[in-house]
Design a protein around this ligand. Structure first.
Ligand SMILES: NC(=O)c1ccc[n+]([C@@H]2O[C@H](COP(=O)([O-])OP(=O)(O)OC[C@H]3O[C@@H](n4cnc5c(N)ncnc54)[C@H](OP(=O)(O)O)[C@@H]3O)[C@@H](O)[C@H]2O)c1
Length: 216
């Protein structure tokens, strides 16, 4: 049986790499863009939809049965990244895009995910309180909040149905966000992340693309 995955935030970077990787592994891939991504359409064997994690109207009507869902969308937030400079709008922007939007989408689509399936969020090691050396205050707090929301969804809604929840750290990856100096290629990261999604086994994990569990 062909398995179906929805990848949200696949116009470029890691999401685009995940769409290519899962299609290559024989999955039926539904992948989303906010505005037209020629790179995503060029993959060919991927069904493209339009979704914005901060706009529930774009995902409320999604009605395909899924084996897996990856909420990959994310932003850095305002370039100053600083608590003392952050406006209410800047805090709302990064929190909605990285934490509350992804959690809202995941909860809305959970009924579409089969029992025993996998729900994954692309988070970051920068969301770890234990690992933190400070800085990047907007981004770090939004990913930390995402981890909290993901764990809550795992315990309250997903795990009781045998659905695994993963908070995935993709590594420091060569994308628009990671920059050219990043250590990991999109292909390497996507391979590792896809292995984790394919082999997830109930419960909740905060884990990097190599399979290493991370500290909260
Ligand atoms: N690169 C790294 O080193 C690194 C490290 C740790 C974690 N991450 C995380 O990995 C994920 C992917 O990052 P990336 O490096 O591939 O970044 P990227 O190249 O900047 O791509 C970000 C993706 O998220 C989409 N997106 C942003 N806001 C969205 C929204 N409101 N609704 C739907 N889609 C939205 C973007 O769509 P548009 O094209 O429309 O903007 C794009 O497809 C992010 O969650 C990021 O925080 C990345």
């Amino acid at each position: 049986m062909t398995r179906t995955i929805l990848i949200v935030g696949a116009s470029r970077g890691i999401g685009l790499g995940l769409a290519r990787e899962f299609a290559g592994r024989g999955w039926r891939v539904i992948a989303t863009e906010r505005s037209r991504s020629d790179a995503l359409h060029a993959l060919g064997k991927v069904e493209v939809r339009q979704m914005d994690v901060t706009d529930p109207a774009t995902f409320a009507g999604f009605d395909e049965p899924l084996d897996a869902l990856i909420v990959n969308a994310g932003i850095m937030g305002a370039s100053h990244q600083s608590a003392e400079q952050a406006s209410a709008d800047e805090v709302a922007e990064v929190m909605m895009a990285n934490a509350f939007g992804p959690a809202h989408l995941a909860k809305a689509l959970l009924p579409r995910l089969r029992d025993g399936g996998t729900l994954a969020f692309t988070t970051s090691l920068m969301g770890s309180i234990e690992d933190s050396s400070g800085g990047f205050e907007l981004y770090r707090t939004s990913k930390c909040a995402q981890n909290m929301l993901a764990k809550g969804i795992a315990v309250q809604q997903a795990n009781p149905r045998g659905i695994a929840v993963l908070s995935l750290h993709p590594g420091w990856v060569q994308t628009d966000m990671g920059g050219p100096g990043a250590k990991v290629t999109v292909e390497e990261s996507a391979r590792g992340l896809a292995d984790l999604v394919e082999n997830a086994d109930g419960g909740y994990r905060y884990v990097d693309y190599t399979g290493k569990d991370l500290p909260f």
